[in-house]
Write a protein that binds this ligand. Structure first.
Ligand SMILES: *Cc1c(COP(=O)(O)O)cnc(C)c1O
Length: 386
């Protein structure tokens, strides 16, 4: 079976983990700060806090922004459910802004219109989470301008976009946002098995996220040093969690991060190959950025069938041929949990139209040209013979 995505592990990765097991602290040692520093170095981020998943990272960012009952988060309906669940964890509400079919990211004209209406009703959201779908960054300069106009926090769910470029800056530098979230799940760009990170330009946001990562507990070194507090003293200042990454995981992430540029290059090569090999078929291919200096990390290669009625047939033909195609994603608000909150089908027509036509093809480091040719041949045969 050729899967849609797969992690890559090298001997160096394995040795890095074994070294921690043999010689180092398993958790709360030196590897986590080293991984955070390396992520900051790679992206240009001012502050990086590693956590045990992107889901945890999203939760902590919402809490750090003070999200709670009476507040609303807006996000894209074309994402994994974690992008919106994070607001619900805090007792806040969620709303969705439909996608732009040309970018598969939040539609900026629709957002502008929805913000103007919400402003008139005095029901502005507290924050917007944009999702860099499939690794293609949203136009952050435009989003930043819109969010600034209304005083809304702007967060990037960059789970797909580790290593991507936006207006000639690395995603994660947060030049136009208040925070970015990374995921290190094995299907993503680099992995720590489970893991995530919060990147932010704000000292205050980083400090809150760090405190909440470890139970809301702080140890005040200065007050201990001055003798005001005894040496064993710690204080719980907020109701936090244990969302820490282990040192084995951080060591794996550090090792993987050294290969990120070559991973990006290979994904871009495979995506360009799909673009060329599929060009003449009745499909809409994955969007390529029209913005200078903006480039996808190619986490996913998503095609759309011109004829939505043939999508199930193509899905089945691929599965029968041993090709593990996938669907990214069922619109979030179609989930029964969200329907129960009052959302109904038809709410965001663009994402629903996309959902009827989409199919994710295999794309990962280690996919050979021969395997990719087989994927293309199966798709071609489907259109030629059925
Ligand atoms: C994978 C993913 C998440 C959640 O990541 P985890 O690390 O598995 O918690 C959140 N948002 C998006 C867009 C994702 O693809």
């Amino acid at each position: 079976m050729i899967p849609y995505g797969r992690h890559q592990l090298t001997e160096e990765d394995i040795n890095a983990v074994v070294d921690v097991l043999r010689h180092q602290h398993l958790t709360q040692g030196a590897q986590v700060p080293a991984f955070e520093a390396a992520l900051a170095g790679y992206t240009g981020a001012t502050h990086v806090c590693a956590v045990n998943s992107a889901t945890s990272a999203l939760h902590l960012v919402c809490l750090a922004l003070g999200m709670g009952p009476g507040d609303v988060l807006w996000t894209s309906p074309l994402s994994f459910v974690a992008s919106s669940n994070c607001a619900l964890y805090c007792g806040a509400g969620v709303d969705f802004v439909d996608i732009d079919p040309a970018t598969l990211s939040i539609s900026l004209p629709l957002l502008e219109e929805k913000l103007a209406q919400a402003h008139a009703r005095q029901q502005l959201p507290k924050a917007l989470i944009t999702v860099h779908f499939a690794g293609l960054p949203t136009d952050m300069q435009l989003l930043h301008t819109l969010c600034q106009r209304y005083g809304i926090a702007l967060i990037e769910d960059a789970s797909h976009a580790v290593g991507a470029d936006c207006h000639s800056a690395k995603v994660g530098e947060c030049r136009w946002s208040d925070a970015a979230i990374f995921s290190f799940h094995p299907v993503k760009m680099i992995t720590t098995a489970e893991g995530g990170a919060v990147l932010t330009p704000h000292e205050w946001l980083d400090a809150r996220v760090r405190k909440l990562r470890t139970h809301g507990i702080v140890k005040d070194a200065a007050r201990v040093a001055s003798g005001e507090l005894p040496p064993w003293y710690y204080e719980q200042e907020a109701l936090g969690f244990n969302y820490r990454l282990t040192d084995m995981q951080a060591a794996l992430g550090l090792s993987q991060l050294t290969r990120l540029d070559s991973i990006l290059a290979e994904r871009r090569r495979l995506a360009a190959r799909y673009r060329q090999l599929l060009a003449d078929l009745p499909l809409t291919l994955a969007p390529v950025s029209a913005i200078e200096g903006t480039e996808s990390s190619w986490h996913l290669y998503v095609i759309q069938l011109n004829d939505a009625d043939r999508r199930l047939g193509l899905y089945q033909a691929c599965q029968a041929a041993g090709i593990g195609v996938q669907i990214h994603y069922i619109p979030i608000y179609w989930q029964p949990y969200y329907q129960q909150l009052g959302f109904s089908q038809g709410y965001c027509p663009q994402v629903e139209e996309y959902y009827r036509r989409c199919l994710t093809l295999p794309l990962y480091v280690g996919l050979t040209d021969a395997e990719q040719d087989k994927v293309v041949a199966v798709i071609r045969a489907f259109f030629e013979h059925t």
